[in-house]
Write a new protein. Sequence first.
Length: 194
Amino acid sequence: MPVAPNSSGLPKREVNRGAWTTQEDRKLAQVIEVHGPRRWKAVAAKAGLSRCGKSCRLRWLNYLRPNIKRGDISVQEEDLILRLHKLLGNRWSLIAGRLPGRTDNEIKNYWNSHLSKKIKHKQHRGGRSTHMQQDSALCTDGATMGRGCAAQREANGMTNCVNFTQDDSTGKDPMNLEWMSRFLEMDESWLDFL
DNA sequence: AATTTGCCCAACCGCAGACTC
DNA sequence: GGAGTCTGCGGTTGGGCAAAT
């Protein structure tokens, strides 16, 4: 009975899974240093790792990439996440793109473990006037809204006023959190139209 | 001290769009 | 234009750990 290939094309049995070892990290970092962070399948092969390309990419983006900030999300960052989520929905990569050094995975985890609970808790205590509550009114369930809600807004041309790209996700973006925070304050006005 | 429960986060999976031939 | 491959994204899972019992 042949082993069914996974999405990377490699037989499941031959692919290493689970936590990365420091040795694997080192090998991956070395290859990326030489060949750059692209052609992930080739990177995995060159590094001699029994990992699929996707796994290598994820490891690089979420852990090995330079300028990564880990843990200790500040109050300012948290506020920014809340505001951006209100505008963009579960578009974690876009939100992460506005938070230098933060990854989409980290923000997604932070949202799911901290902020979504905060919002629920706040909602439970009554009142629907804060922007956090508006958020849940816009997108009833953060976990299921996903691309749909944000895509809907894109279809309505609502993201035109906020031209987000991910090119600056490495932290080179000159825009700082304070600027973005102030911008979002202004931008909230369009929510009244919803 | 042992077991259970709940939380956090790294990693995986499936899908869709972009790219290449 | 179409098929195959690659890349990026968001949702979900499961292992490890700490707190609670």
